[in-house]
Design a binder for this molecule. Structure first.
Ligand code: F6P
Length: 332
């Protein structure tokens, strides 16, 4: 193996640059050439290649975003797109491809593998932390930190007015961010896929209204609801209207949105990304193929890419249940 290529794909995640840096430094150390493709899989399809050197990437460990840029690439869902991507790899005589991204990005990697002889390795890079085979994905810790800091600020102003706030956090269809952030902010309510269902909507709403009313009448205190995106039918706006119409409760909405994707990576993400970047090059040299690398209980894990994209990683029951009982009994 002589030539390694890499790209970042899907939603960018803080720490992607640290992973790129580690891969490039490791390739140089091991006398391998290293190339990046710009804008995710689009760079492969359109042959947009950049030789990578330690000089170019060394200072990047502290920066959010991704120096290689990212994209969602619908063309990778087509045979033509996948074949064009493979042709670019063949043209440049690339021996191995590392993709830093989420499950959609790994589907792309598997599609490439079906037509191309080179080695492929995935590194888990998404703020959502929804990949099976690793405790944490690159970017999750930073997103949680960013959201926590934002909500702490919201709490200050909410306290000043004894206000109810609905704060929507990202996570696509998983509640890792919602639960981690909700617990770390001491949110009075956390609603995510793990503790909400359409069938129970009315009971959940009734219970919420009762808790808010008690909180406001008995304690004159603020009330924070951390809400996972894509969860509440009609979104945060519908919840706000329902609180007003069914409980005469005024509330304010804050959608944290893409703020959670930006910012400098926290040390935990920098270190995780660096470790995985180094391990990715080692794994390629050992001949590993079609695996996602991760860390679980501080140990390196190798997960078949097919498993990484098909097995769900739920939020642990411990975390979901932690928000019951002692932490919320005073709301009753
Ligand atoms: O997967 C990361 C993520 O930020 C999700 O949490 C969110 O649902 C989605 O990407 C948003 O994607 P986009 O930036 O393409 O709108």
């Amino acid at each position: 193996m002589k030539k390694v290529a890499l790209l970042t794909s899907g939603g960018d995640a803080p720490g992607m640059n640290a992973a790129i840096r580690a891969i490039v430094l490791s390739c140089e150390y091991k006398n391998l050439s290293c190339f990046g493709f710009y804008h995710g899989y689009n760079g492969l399809i359109e042959d947009h290649l950049l030789p990578l050197s330690s000089q170019l990437v060394n200072a990047e460990i502290k920066n959010g975003g991704t120096l290689l840029k990212s994209a969602r690439c619908p063309a990778m869902m087509t045979d033509t797109g996948v074949k064009q991507a493979c042709n670019t790899l063949l043209k440049h005589e690339i021996d191995a491809l590392i993709v830093i991204g989420g499950d959609g990005s790994f589907h792309g990697l598997l599609a490439i593998k079906a037509h191309w002889h080179g080695q492929v390795i995935g590194l888990p890079g998404t703020i959502d932390n929804d990949l099976y085979g690793c405790d944490k994905t690159i970017g999750f810790a930073t997103a949680v930190n960013t959201a926590t800091q934002a909500i702490d600020k919201i709490r200050d102003t909410a306290n000043a007015f004894d206000r109810v706030f609905i704060v929507e956090v990202m996570g696509r269809h998983s509640g890792h961010i919602a639960f981690q952030v909700g617990l770390s902010c001491g949110a009075e309510s956390i609603f995510s896929f793990e503790n909400y269902s359409n069938e129970k909507h009315d009971i959940i709403l009734e219970d919420l209204i009762e808790k808010i009313q008690k909180q406001q009448l008995n304690r004159h205190a603020s009330y924070l609801i951390v809400l996972a995106e894509n969860l509440w039918p009609g979104s945060a706006n519908a919840l706000q209207e329902q609180l007003k119409s069914q409980g005469n409760i005024e509330s304010a909405i804050c959608i944290l949105g893409h703020t959670q994707r930006g910012g400098d990576p926290v040390p935990e993400d920098r270190v995780l990304a660096t470790q995985l970047g180094l391990k990715a090059v080692d794994a390629l040299i050992k001949g590993e193929d079609k695996v996602m690398l991760g860390l679980s209980a501080s140990q390196l894990t190798k997960t078949d890419l097919n498993k990484a994209v098909s097995i769900n990683k739920p939020v642990s029951d411990e975390l979901v249940n932690a928000h019951k009982g002692p932490l919320t009994h005073y709301l009753k």
